[in-house]
Design a protein around this ligand. Structure first.
Ligand SMILES: [Zn+2]
Length: 237
């Protein structure tokens, strides 16, 4: 898929169905099929993300929802343990396919989207946009607001990466959110296998880009781990 006009800042785009077709084909060789694997999605709460989740569902079945603001996974070990308990048991082997995709609008400008019934454009990801403003004004996120837990943790996580330096543009901060999500998920996933339970997992990540009336993705990384051995998959061009 060629880049849509004005989306140079977010990178090369892949249609969402092509991404899912590719995951199905690429992971089949490692024993991951709709019948043998549970999909998990780490995406933003924004209703715009349901199209992406529906595409995951069409290819992999209903997904366990790891969602939080911006797509930063905050469910921790307890949440992931719950998901594991729902994964098919294939002769003692369990498989999880995890999709970590923060999002960004590109419909009327980078970071902008049109929504039905809403005049003009609105922000996507609004949570990342708010976090950028907070960071630029010196908010650390160290003090958690009990009535704004997810955004506080997002700011805290980004502050840990950025320090007190200049806050990068929205695509760059969105990429930082993707990396933070992958780091957290890989850490938790690596801890799931025990002598009694074999857990193979795949972690696919990128950014969902909302174009005019259609979504696409940038696909950044895909790792599959079988019997504790990690393989980086060659991404589709
Ligand atoms: Zn969002």
């Amino acid at each position: 898929m060629s880049d849509a006009p004005g989306t140079d800042a977010v990178g090369a785009l892949v249609p969402v169905p092509a991404l899912l077709d590719w995951t199905r084909d690429a992971l089949a060789a490692y024993g991951f099929h709709e019948q043998t694997a549970l999909p998990l999605v780490s995406v933003c709460r924004d209703e715009l993300m349901f199209g992406f989740v529906d595409a995951v569902t069409a290819h992999w079945g209903h997904a366990f929802d790891l969602s939080s603001l911006a797509g930063l996974p905050l469910m921790g070990r307890t949440g992931l343990a719950a998901a594991l308990g729902h994964a098919p048991d294939d002769d003692g082997r369990h498989r999880l396919v995890v999709f970590a995709f923060p999002h960004i609008g590109a419909d009327g400008g980078i970071g902008a989207v049109h929504r039905p019934g809403v005049p003009g454009t609105t922000a996507a990801c609004g949570a990342v946009s708010v976090a950028r403003t907070a960071l630029a004004t010196g908010v650390s996120g160290v003090v958690l607001d009990p009535h704004d837990i997810e955004e506080s943790l997002l700011v805290q996580r980004l502050r840990r990466v950025l320090g007190t330096g200049e806050v990068p543009d929205l695509p760059a901060v969105t990429e930082l959110v993707r990396r933070a999500a992958v780091e957290e998920l890989a850490l938790l996933l690596a801890d799931l296998s025990t002598p009694d339970i074999v857990v193979d997992w795949a972690l696919v990540s990128g950014v969902v880009v909302h174009l005019h009336d259609v979504d696409a993705v940038t696909l950044t990384a895909a790792t599959v781990v079988v019997d504790g051995v990690a393989t980086e998959l060659a991404l589709p061009r």
